[in-house]
Ligand binder design. Structure first.
Ligand SMILES: [Ca+2]
Ligand SMILES: [Ca+2]
Ligand SMILES: [Ca+2]
Length: 294
């Protein structure tokens, strides 16, 4: 049936109105403040992680200057990891007098996929240097769940990249760059018992500039769409970005992009229209987006 022109105009107007007002009223939202301010005793430059599993919040606490290394902007490091549990109680794991947490970020991960959080941080022994550790809740307490061998020398540090099943063997690995200031090695660890055991590795990367508070110069994302997480990390001089995979246990470079300037921010990854994008800032203040072509 043919509609008169005025009716057709009204219908179009109604559709337009519904389109404009639809998204605002379709979902009800609620705002609540999770982290009003920094908890007492927190490290001045700790990030506060917000969790969705058994840990609500996590932060680094107990500022100490007993380790005079200072690669993260100052020589003030933390001596404890603190977690707020679902019931509101707060528990901490203290690394003791021979070590510090040489880190700014308590990374909440679920490395064994049991639905409970692990907090991944860098612990530095005063004599043996940095080593990756996982802490988590057990019987209501925050305890050491797993540790990697420290580097073996004071004032040697490492910077985490992230976790994922990078070699596609069905188990998660934790990825770090060991000694990112002096020619770093991208090292994967598997969690076995109380140990983080070295798995695959590849040399010549750097995801931190000495003295910088920025720890996020790397990203985990699926670059080639095969379902296996890949890694984007700068080369040893931080002049190029390298996309890489360890699928099947074999290192393979997926791309290498020469940066047109100095890398001046952390790297974030996202997917837009199904394609991976890598975003970062350069020293001239510009923001660059690398899009992986189909
Ligand atoms: Ca877990
Ligand atoms: Ca794996
Ligand atoms: Ca992949």
């Amino acid at each position: 049936m043919e509609m008169p022109p005025v009716s057709r105009f009204l219908i179009l107007l109604l559709i337009a109105a519904a389109t404009v007002s639809g998204p605002a009223s379709a979902l009800e939202i609620e705002a609540r403040t999770l982290s009003a301010r920094k908890p007492a005793g927190a490290l001045p430059d700790t990030e506060i992680a917000i969790g969705t599993r058994d840990i609500v919040r996590a932060w680094l606490s107990g500022p100490t200057v007993r380790y005079a290394h200072g690669v993260l902007g100052d020589a003030v490091e933390a001596e404890a990891v603190v977690a707020e549990r679902r019931d509101g109680s707060v528990v901490e794991f203290n690394v003791g007098p021979d070590a510090v947490i040489e880190d700014r970020i308590p990374r909440l991960v679920d490395m064994d996929a049991d639905g409970r959080d692990e907090i991944m941080v860098v612990r530095s022994n005063l004599n043996l240097g940095a080593g990756l550790i996982l802490v988590g809740l057990d019987g209501g307490e925050l305890v050491l769940k797993a540790e990697a061998e420290p580097i073996g020398m004071a004032n040697r540090w490492l910077n985490p990249v992230g976790v994922g099943d990078f070699d596609a063997d069905g188990r998660m690995e934790a990825a770090v760059v060991i000694t990112p200031h002096i020619g770093g090695t991208l090292q994967l660890y598997e969690w076995r018992g109380a140990k983080l055991v070295p798995d695959h590795a590849q040399r010549s990367f750097s995801n931190h500039a000495i003295g910088s508070r920025e720890l996020g110069l790397s990203a985990v994302t699926d670059l080639d769409g095969d379902g296996t997480p890949d890694i984007v990390v700068p080369d040893a001089g931080r002049r190029a970005l390298v996309g890489l995979t360890f699928k099947g246990g074999t290192y393979k470079e997926l791309f290498r992009f020469d940066l047109p300037g100095h890398l001046a921010s952390g790297i974030t990854a996202r997917h837009r229209d199904g394609r991976p994008e890598i975003i970062y800032k350069l020293g001239d203040g510009s923001t660059q987006v690398l899009t992986v072509k189909p």
